[in-house]
Design a protein around this ligand. Structure first.
Ligand code: ZN
Length: 431
């Protein structure tokens, strides 16, 4: 067995799921002992209420939260009036809300600039809010504005925000998601490495999956789902119709677990016509190609690109239950992409340092006993797109704050998780 510090997940979507499953079975079974929530620009509000409620009703894992940019933006630009650039007064009000959140325990600011509310913001607005977080020792963590053809512009924007707000910045689930940018991880790493060399504190995380799962319509960014030209471009962007796998289609069960190319051949139609027909008859769940494996590998070879799940309780994607064991089983043991020690560092001491966590992410006398015991010859994910909740195997014991939360293939009834607020972090103490 390997005894490792507990895995610290820098990007976790269990915010709501913890209400249904406070034992966090799908999380502890993969060795997660601490999770950062409030990611992608969306968090609880007010943070103080969330801290109080969570402490009164603890869960199995430790939690830290960011304050969401979209959350404060939609409060200030109320009534759905967020589809525009904010005024100076509005930005000031958002910044004071970020300041309040930091005083109440948030560890930094998250943004989701590709999503509806955040996408209307100017870079200067995000810089102002990031300054508010920076003045209290916070971190800026971003789902950047574009992970597809314009990913390089979006990476540049993070660099601008880090520099202008003088804040440590972190790119969540770094991705090169369309055919136009596939294979360009070395260039993306080059741009970020150059910024780091000028003294900017910028890091990233990457999840170990090359595919996403969503509804079929998300493939077409301009929302012209029945326009053959838009559909043709959309399918080309994800690598062609053979890269789109239908996982669930109520009106055509015979399409399930076939890709659009196979369905086209089966029905003697074009893939574009098949797509439009599926949309018209009620849609489908699909899995699409998000990344090239060689890009993921190149990202993982950088010491400052860490491992996070972007998963969470109840998510319909195998990363919900399989992320950390997948890295240990498939990328470390089977493919030898990186040594076990380096993978563990990216899941433990490196994220702990990024967050300013004291006495976690390491094993030593006097440190807090967040621990994972796993079999390095067995550990592997078992979750798939068909069965996203299937638990990983090979993790024997998980301890949170010294208490067992996972033991011999089962969650215990303990809920020793703490809410860790900014005043308990090294960076929080500095300010
Ligand atoms: Zn995201």
């Amino acid at each position: 067995m390997v005894v490792s510090p507990g895995f610290i997940d820098l990007h976790n979507h269990s915010d709501r799921g913890l209400g249904d499953d406070p034992q966090a079975t799908s999380q502890v079974s993969q060795g997660i002992t601490t999770a950062v929530i409030g990611v992608d620009g969306s968090s609880a509000w007010p943070i103080a209420d969330w801290v109080t409620k969570r402490r009164a009703n603890p869960v199995a894992i430790n939690l830290l939260t960011l304050v969401g940019h979209a959350t404060v933006r939609s409060k200030v630009m109320a009534g759905g009036d967020y589809k525009r650039v904010a005024t100076g007064t509005e930005v000031d009000r958002m910044a004071s809300m970020v300041d309040q959140a930091m005083r109440e325990g948030a560890i930094g600011l998250s943004s989701g600039l590709e999503y509806e509310v955040g996408s209307y913001s100017a870079t200067a607005e995000v810089v102002s809010l990031a300054k508010a977080a920076a003045s209290r020792g916070g971190l800026y963590m971003s789902h950047i504005r574009d992970e597809a053809d314009l990913a390089f512009d979006a990476i540049q924007e993070v660099i601008t925000i880090a520099r202008d707000a003088r804040i440590p910045a972190h790119i969540s689930h770094i991705k090169l998601g369309t055919a136009g940018v596939w294979g360009k991880a070395p260039e993306a790493v080059g741009v970020l490495a150059k910024a780091r060399a000028t003294g900017l504190d910028i890091t990233a995380d990457c999840y170990p999956y090359d595919a996403w799962s969503s509804t079929i319509t998300v493939l077409v960014p301009n929302k012209q789902y029945e326009d053959p030209a838009s559909v043709r471009k959309a399918l080309a962007d994800v690598g062609g119709p053979e890269s789109v796998l239908v996982t669930s289609c109520r009106q055509h069960r015979d399409y399930e677990f076939k890709n659009l190319q196979q369905i086209a051949e089966m029905t003697s139609k074009s893939a574009v016509d098949v797509f439009i027909e599926i949309v018209r008859s009620g849609g489908a769940s699909v899995v699409g190609k998000a990344m090239q494996e060689r890009d993921i590998r190149h990202f993982y070879e950088q010491p400052w690109i860490l491992i996070a799940s972007d998963g969470g309780i109840g998510m319909r994607h195998p990363r919900a239950a399989g992320s950390f064991p997948k890295v240990l089983g498939r990328y470390v043991r089977e493919s030898h992409w990186l040594p076990l020690e380096e993978a563990v560092r990216k899941m433990t001491s490196a994220p702990a340092a990024r967050l300013g966590l004291k006495d976690r992410g390491v094993i030593r006398e006097g440190a807090i006993a967040d621990l994972v015991v796993f079999d390095p010859k067995q550990v592997v994910d078992q979750s798939t797109f068909a069965e996203p909740a299937k638990l990983s195997k090979g993790v024997q014991w998980v301890f949170v704050n010294g208490m067992p939360v996972w033991q011999d293939g089962k969650a215990t009834s303990s809920r020793p998780g703490l809410v860790i607020t900014s005043d308990k972090l090294l960076s929080g103490n500095r300010k």
